[in-house]
Design a protein around this ligand. Structure first.
Ligand code: SF4
Length: 491
């Protein structure tokens, strides 16, 4: 296998502003790969969470970047949204002296078969395969036109591999063959059901259990479902073994690496690794030496032995804090606020208190800070170097597709008011760097958000592109405009 010790790996996930489980597998697989030391840098980015696909490039300073979509199929996201947001020209993009390689999504790799078999054995241990129907479940419908193909391919591969199941079939939530018809679709006394999704969420926790008849109705709170731990479910004289989403399987980390390997083989990649830059880390070290020791709500303490400790700024100097030791713990410290509510916006001033994170070295510090405030260190460095470019709001709204395609139909005044309100509501600590258009600065309620507001001893939190909260708010205003127009036309 080609060495990637000179390269960065970026794993792209969908993420969610409401479901904390959506991005968890992507972060976990990235962490597994990071710990193996195969790449110089490993980062994640998301469509609906931070860092977004513009910001993530500021998190890595390798000259070669591999991008692997942690998506189940090809289609709208992998063929349109990701290339557009990541500014890709094709499988290989050359930009700003960097080589960016765009790999296939994990879900279409042939090795997914291995994962499905492993998951089936895990969920129904000691259950004879010859007395078991294996059902692979997808969403179906135009929401993801290629998801059925990815599942059908897996069904065909498992059937052709003669792995001993009584039968293997596909079923869908919203198109035939329907999941709700599982009892007539299958014939074996045992039925193993594996959702072919990247993450657990509404579909695997709630919708599919209802369609299978395991639950009367949708209702249990996300992440509190014990549905995967109650196997077998005895229904209609059969034993159902229900699994979590296939994307949560730990071997998915290997499938991500398989896609990188396949890219190299397919495109004849033979790199001559160059010198590493480490520019982001150097900037961080320089700031710390200059007395800059805060970022957002976090205090950075440099210990005499060269290690670092992080805590909430309000906890600086306090005893009795709960001590953590891994950079990756930052992800979980930052995940929920004090009330246990998910924090999709990391720069909201709602970081929990009462913890201390001890980190061995600068590399660990950089990683932890990227979990607390994704891409913030890299963006601050790029700003200092006058290399940071921001995306005008009109450009961002204008490139939206799907349900957000009308979001740009708001007036300038509405845009300024909407930004002022949205960013104020979130109390976001970032400073907006983007203008309305390339020639029009922010005005009205949005203007104050463009002014520096961080303390002299703090690394600034910057916003180079409006976040998903603003895009959603713009869509809402645009829809109200449309409805008002229609009403006026009728009246
Ligand atoms: S658009 Fe506003 S709320 Fe969203 S990240 Fe930027 S500054 Fe924060």
């Amino acid at each position: 296998m080609t060495s990637h010790k000179h390269a960065a790996l970026i794993v792209v996930g969908h993420g969610s502003t409401t479901n904390p489980d959506s991005s968890e597998p992507t972060h976990r697989h990235a962490d597994t790969i990071r710990r193996r030391g195969l790449f110089r840098e490993v980062a994640c980015c998301f469509w609906k969470e931070e860092p977004n696909m513009r910001e993530v490039y500021e998190m890595v300073d390798s000259d070669v970047i591999y991008i692997v979509p942690n998506f189940i199929s090809e289609g709208y996201f992998c063929q349109q949204v990701l290339p557009r947001e990541l500014r890709l020209d094709g499988p290989t993009t050359q930009r700003d002296g960097k080589t960016i390689r765009y790999c296939d999504p994990v879900g279409i790799h042939p090795n997914m078969t291995r994962l499905l078999l492993q998951r089936a054995d895990e969920v129904a241990p000691h259950v004879p395969r010859e007395q078991t129907s294996l059902v692979i479940v997808g969403h179906g419908t135009s929401l993801n036109e290629n998801s059925t193909k990815a599942i059908q391919d897996q069904v065909a591969l498992i059937r052709a591999g003669h792995y001993g199941f009584a039968e293997v079939l596909d079923a869908y939530m919203e198109e035939a063959p329907f999941v709700k018809d599982w009892a007539t679709l299958t014939t074996a006394p045992n039925v193993v059901v594996v959702p072919f999704f990247i993450a657990d969420g509404l579909h695997s926790f709630q919708d599919i259990p209802v369609l299978l008849g395991m639950r009367e109705e949708v209702g249990e709170a996300l992440s509190e479902s014990g549905v995967f731990h109650q196997n077998p479910h005895l229904l209609q004289g059969r034993s159902i073994y229900y699994s979590g989403a296939i994307g949560t399987e730990s071997l998915m980390a290997d499938v991500i690496l398989d896609q990188v390997h396949d890219f190299d083989v397919k495109h004849g990649v033979q790199d001559t690794p160059g010198m590493a830059n480490d520019e982001i880390k150097s900037s961080l070290a320089y700031w710390l030496n200059s007395g800059i020791d805060e970022i957002g709500e976090i205090a950075i303490i440099t210990n005499t032995d060269g290690s670092y400790s992080l805590c909430h700024t309000a906890d600086r100097g306090k005893d009795g804090l709960q001590v953590h030791h891994e950079a990756h713990d930052a992800l979980y410290i930052a995940r929920n606020d004090a009330a246990g509510t998910f924090r999709p916006l990391h720069s909201a001033p709602t970081l929990n208190r009462g913890w201390r994170l001890d980190l061995a070295d600068l590399e660990e510090l950089r990683l932890a800070l990227d979990f607390f405030y994704p891409a913030a260190i890299g963006m601050a460095r790029a700003l200092e170097q006058e290399k940071l470019s921001a995306v005008p709001l009109r450009d961002l709204l204008g490139r939206q597709t799907g349900m957000y395609r009308f979001a740009n139909n708001i007036t300038d005044d509405q845009a300024h008011a909407m930004i002022g309100k949205t960013c104020a509501n979130t109390k976001c600590l970032r400073r907006i760097l983007w203008p309305l258009t390339a020639t029009q600065p922010m005005a009205g309620a949005a203007a104050s958000k463009t002014q520096p507001s961080h303390a002299d001893n703090a690394i600034p939190l910057l916003c180079i592109e409006a976040c998903t909260h603003v895009v959603s708010a713009a869509r809402k205003v645009a829809r109200e405009n449309h409805e008002a127009k229609e009403k006026a036309a009728v009246g």
